[in-house]
Design a protein around this ligand. Structure first.
Ligand code: PLP
Length: 385
């Protein structure tokens, strides 16, 4: 059977080395062999997080690491600023509320990026706020926020900056140490080219002080346990061994090409996608578009849910619909991870014919527009990893 082409913002397609690694016989996690592997992957993760601080590895989807950030940094009754603007930013708000944290929302309209000055204002009005929660790529709207700007503002005071980079890492720039981002969270099934099941969190020294003080009850995600185990290159609870084995293969791919090359390729995929949909006359939804995912406004007269279904049924190309109140109004065409020029062209071809089938009239040749972008780029960049 032909494989699906997942142009979705998680899970993303698995490269051959990762698939091969997932099929290997398991090894035991309390062995020197596993510890050596774990040490290598943590170092590799520090490379892609661009940090020298520890990166902890949790067995959960990305949200588990978001929850770990909240419970490890804050105590009930603490104030936290949450930069809104989409479904995933709202998850920070829900998590804080679930643990009795007082949320100071920074409202951002769907499709817009946060203005760092709004955060500066919130910090001035709430000097006791211990943390600012933000999102690198807001996957629900396709917006990449100005992380560098947000970090510069937050660094002026004592609050720590916590960023959901679950879809952003390896797609949009995230210079954790250089920019001064205290906590970065990601998951395995997006830019990292793995199946879902692992989540990662980096913690700066500044943020670690809060981890020691936080009074929120925690057990499985208690980062103090993970830090203690890490001195032995180990995890406090059984690792997802097979996923960690596969992670090493994914990291090798990134290391072989170099992080900047991976980001450059992702930027090229995004550029070609944006050129393609724009040539078809479809407006981009995000005012500051991410390189990981392109959110596209569905033209009036076309049923957005039907459009996606027709794309899949006729071409086995899967894109994601809109979430919440954006359902049916936008669709999201992802290009992070193991995606190359051929996938983008297959996606645009499927989109063009589905659009016609659903009563839309493409304004121009989207595939040709994307090909024109690829023809300007070095061959090596357009290839998968
Ligand atoms: C995918 C995603 C999540 C959710 O991660 P899960 O792995 O489903 O828990 C959170 N935030 C962003 C920005 C995402 O893209």
């Amino acid at each position: 059977m032909k494989d699906d082409i997942l142009l979705t913002p998680g899970p993303t397609p698995l490269p051959p080395q990762v698939r091969e690694a997932l099929g290997r016989q398991i090894i035991h996690h309390r062995t020197s062999q596993y510890r050596a592997l774990f040490k290598r992957v943590v170092q590799g993760l520090q490379g892609i997080f661009q940090t020298t601080t520890p990166v902890f590895c949790l067995t959960s989807s990305g949200t588990g690491a978001m929850e770990a950030a909240v419970v490890n940094l804050l105590s009930p009754g603490d104030e936290a600023i949450v930069v809104l603007g989409g479904k995933f930013a709202e998850r920070w708000q829900q998590l804080c509320k679930a643990y009795g944290i007082t949320v100071v929302p920074v409202p951002v309209a769907y499709g817009d990026a946060a203005d760092p000055q709004q955060v500066a204002q919130a910090l001035r009005a709430h000097p006791k706020a211990k943390a600012v929660f933000a999102t690198l790529c807001e996957t629900s709207t396709g917006v990449v926020h100005d992380l560098r700007g947000l970090a510069a503002i937050t660094r002026e005071g004592p609050a720590v900056l916590v960023v959901d980079a679950i879809s952003g890492l390896l797609a949009d720039a995230c210079k954790t140490d250089e920019w001064g981002v205290d906590v970065v969270v990601t998951g395995s099934q997006k830019g990292l080219m793995l199946p879902p099941g692992l989540a990662f969190i980096s913690v700066s020294d500044r943020a670690w002080t809060l981890v020691e003080q936080a009074k929120t009850p925690r057990f499985y995600t208690d980062l103090r346990l993970y830090k203690k185990s890490m001195t032995d290159d180990d995890t406090p609870f059984t690792s997802a061994v097979s996923l960690v084995i596969a992670l090493e293969e994914a990291l090798k791919r990134v290391q072989q090409d170099g992080l900047s090359h991976v980001l450059e390729r992702c930027a090229l995929m995004a550029q070609a996608t944006r050129a393609g949909v724009s040539a078809m006359g479809l407006p981009l939804f995000a005012k500051r578009p991410s390189n990981g995912v392109t959110a596209v406004t569905v033209p009036t007269g076309v049923d957005g849910k039907q459009l996606i279904k027709v794309m899949y049924d006729t071409s086995r190309v899967m894109v994601a619909g809109g979430q919440g109140e954006m359902a049916g109004k936008i669709f999201r065409f992802a290009h992070m991870g193991y995606i190359g020029a051929s996938d983008i062209l297959a996606g645009l071809t499927a989109l063009e014919s589905a659009l016609r089938a659903c009563g839309g009239a493409p304004a121009g040749d989207g595939v040709a527009a994307a090909k024109a972008v690829f023809s300007q780029a070095p061959e090596a960049v357009a290839q998968k990893v």
